[in-house]
Design a protein around this ligand. Structure first.
Ligand code: AMP
Length: 436
């Protein structure tokens, strides 16, 4: 089918029922995305699905809508179950079920690690229609929560299957498959079709229809991508320069390690920028707290590792900065996919030092284009050097002090960050030196 023809499709054309059409409308979904156009009609016909699609494509809607429509016809408890690789993604999926199903009274439980088992057991005892969870915790409940079973399950979704398997959830998934009915519909969504995903597909799907949102790794045309070669020692300075030039825009800064998210957040806060870190090392509560502060606009710069580059539903990011160049080029695609979504424009800037050139060239090869250089005057950037160096010195000292204090008190790392990144006044760093 030609692209033009596809764009004219509405949710109604796909067979979505009246009640859910209203839900889409009130959720602000005017037209279906490509993966929704491809997947929903087959799903409504009762087929199993393999969806090759990434976060940002609208894949959640592609399975939420058909499940809700089937639920409307035959409502009962524990109707559908979604397995997600991460807690954050699970929470976002549950939110979409609740938002789209609010008019039809859908009850949803989220069972993820890092949150009290008892509270979740109480939610399960209320017999929700949908359970969304990470495999380990769901299995834990299936084994230990009295009265909870998925014996009446009609729909199973394996979301981000490639990540589920990369995160070694294979055993848990096998165990879950053993205790749910064989007679069910199964949807498997994955960004990539790996050997392991193929094996899982053969084990749990029946004559599936394969649908795809995009076949190759590509970035959208509304995304302005640039790079800047720079010496490693001046990277912080360039980052501060770019963030100050684009002050007010909503940005994500990607680093390689959890430690650097903390350090960078401290440095930027010290310079009056509203930055907040999020990484796999933080406790679940702190991660969600940070994400919510970012979503609410309290902080406009999110510093994150690749843990945060996929799966998180973060709306309208204006700029992605690759502070560290990913050694796996596909991570680049996932990272920059956080901006220029749904037809909007966005900027992605990669800061490349002398040690990262090879990785950067692999990225250009993967996306099939040579990118333009981010234009700036070195002298102007370096006017910030003294302030940035001082901010870094203070931040390193605080981290060192904090680690010592934390050890003495047995506290967790994030409390230390919170203490040191008490909101500043939001000043832009001045390029003048700050000799006192
Ligand atoms: P997903 O790929 O499922 O994580 O969805 C990414 C974002 O796209 C989410 O914020 C969804 O709410 C949004 N979205 C999904 N479907 C549509 C649609 N048809 N129209 C507009 N936004 C959508």
């Amino acid at each position: 089918m030609a692209d033009g023809e596809e764009e004219l499709k509405t949710f109604k054309d796909l067979g979505v029922c009246e009640q859910l059409l209203e839900a889409c409308e009130s959720f602000g979904w005017k037209t279906p995305t490509k993966i929704q156009i491809e997947a929903i009609p087959h799903a409504l016909e009762g087929k199993d699905l393999i969806g090759l699609a990434q976060t940002g494509s609208g894949k959640t809607g592609a399975f939420v809508l058909p499940i809700l429509q089937a639920l409307l016809e035959n409502p009962h408890a524990f109707f559908g179950c979604v397995l997600s690789p991460t807690r954050e993604l699970a929470i976002q999926i549950a939110q979409q079920f609740e938002a789209l199903g609010s008019g039809i009274g859908v009850k949803c439980a989220t069972v993820v690690g890092g949150i009290d088992m008892m509270t979740q057991a109480i939610c399960l005892a209320k017999r929700p229609h949908i359970v969304v969870g990470t495999p380990g915790r769901l299995l834990d409940h299936l084994s230990n929560t009295k009265g909870f079973s998925l014996r009446t399950l009609k729909y199973l979704v394996l979301d981000e299957a490639d990540r589920l398997l990369n995160m070694d959830f294979e055993k848990e998934i096998d165990e879950i498959l053993k205790v749910i009915p064989r007679d069910r519909k199964t949807y498997l969504f994955s960004a990539t079709m790996t050997k392991k995903v193929g094996k899982l597909q053969r084990a749990c799907l029946k004559n599936p229809v394969k649908v795809e949102a995009s076949t190759k790794y590509s970035t959208v045309d509304t995304l302005k991508q640039q790079y800047r070669f720079l010496p490693a020692k001046h990277k912080d300075c360039y980052l501060v320069y770019i963030l100050s030039e684009m002050s007010g825009s909503i940005s994500m800064v990607f680093t390689r390690t959890c430690e650097s998210t903390r350090l960078l957040a401290l440095v930027l806060r010290n310079l009056g920028l509203k930055a907040i870190p999020i990484s796999g090392q933080m406790s679940q509560a702190k991660r969600l707290g940070a994400l919510n502060r970012f979503k609410a606009g309290e902080c406009n710069i999110l510093i994150c590792t690749d843990v945060a580059s996929r799966g998180l539903d973060i709306p309208s990011v204006d700029m992605v900065i690759n502070f560290d160049i990913p050694s796996n080029s596909k991570d680049y695609i996932h990272r920059v996919g956080r901006t220029a979504r749904a037809g909007r424009s966005g900027v992605a800037i990669s800061l490349v030092n002398q040690y990262e050139i090879e990785w950067y060239l692999l990225i250009e090869k993967l996306i099939g284009k040579k990118l333009p250089e981010f234009p700036c005057q070195v002298e102007e950037v370096l006017l910030l050097l003294e302030r940035v160096t001082e901010a870094k010195r203070i931040s390193l000292m605080k981290i060192k002090e904090g680690t010592g204090r934390k050890r003495r008190r047995g506290e967790d790392d994030d409390d230390e960050i919170d203490r040191h990144i008490a909101p500043k006044n939001g000043r832009k760093p001045s390029k003048k030196s700050n000799k006192r």
